[in-house]
Design a protein around this ligand. Sequence first.
Ligand code: ZN
Ligand code: FE
Length: 327
Amino acid sequence: MVMELRYNPLIGEWVMVSSVRETRPWQPSNQCPFDEGNEETGTGWRFLILPNRFPMLTPNAPEAHKVDGFRARRSLGYCFVIVETPKHDLSDLHEIPLEDLTLVLRGVRDKMRELEEVSFIRYIYFFRNKGKEIGVSLTHPHSQMYALPYVPLRVRLELRNMRRYMKRTGKCLLCSVLEEEVKLSERVLYANSDYYVIKPYYSMWPYEVHVIPRRHVQKMTQLSDGELTTLADALRVTTAILDNVLVRDMPYIMALHQGPVKNDESYHMHVEFYPMLRDANKLKYAAGVEWGLWTFTYDSSPEDKARELKETCRKVSQSLKPMGSCA
Ligand code: ZN
Ligand code: FE
């Protein structure tokens, strides 16, 4: 059995290797393990944070195998599944009532506060995969949390650029981006008292959308209860827009980009959504150019897509009754 982190010195990033994961079930058609009343879930809950049964990282990981010329280390960390509702059939976050989703986010934040105290944890990643197109094996609404023993490459890259910008200008990079987006307003989809929902100028995915706090804040553990209510509101609006813009449900990846556990004041947290479709029946593939180079090709214009998304925001907000307003 192999379970370890292997270092790719060419890009400077770790690979999580685990042969245990091969036995993972794929979209089981029988009983859903996240439904109420199972041995794992029990009854009388509104959301659950469960240890992943097939974790990539665990606090009792075996020693890494030593191989000459290469670097490996123990897969130390935690993997959790957040079951967001006992209701199996809800299609996305916007169908979870605001108060319930707020409780979920509080649960996540409080779990993060606990994990931040663990000596070997350097980074906490909260994310959500939706849709069979991206290989989600269970349809019951859930998200995930990984506590990692290192700061991942993409975050290191963002952090480096934010640090440099702050050094050069004395300002935060994302605060400046946000200021410009708000000034132009063309790509601002929605705003409530604490967050903006933006179609970024530098979008990589056709329907990519970011949720950005107005306050210069690094991590989810710094958010107040009130800021979690408004975050829940912004996430409900965003998922409602994505679920309706193509009049079919949208497979996507939601990624919380927050600063490392060891706080760095130059970082500004945000939530990125990478929707997988370019139109109602075409997937946008990360293919040769995207995967081979990490350069994305954008087949439309972010401004055109922003117009579509804004229109959808106005449509969905009639029934959603959000706290803020569509731009
Ligand atoms: Zn900032
Ligand atoms: Fe980011």
